[in-house]
Design a protein. Structure first.
Length: 48
């Protein structure tokens, strides 16, 4: 039997966007005037 490995992920931020699902977002962002914003959580800011 193969040994399984567990990977745990923790988000480092969140994206604020006017789109409710991926299908609403334009394929190329430059084709839209909508604004999205990336928020990096405070505890991860120094890593950037």
């Amino acid at each position: 039997m193969k040994k399984r490995h567990v990977v745990e992920l923790e988000p480092v931020g969140i994206i604020h966007s006017p789109y409710k699902n991926a299908g609403e977002a334009p394929f190329q962002g430059h084709d839209s005037e909508d604004i999205s914003q990336i928020e990096v959580f405070k505890e991860f800011e120094e890593g950037l």
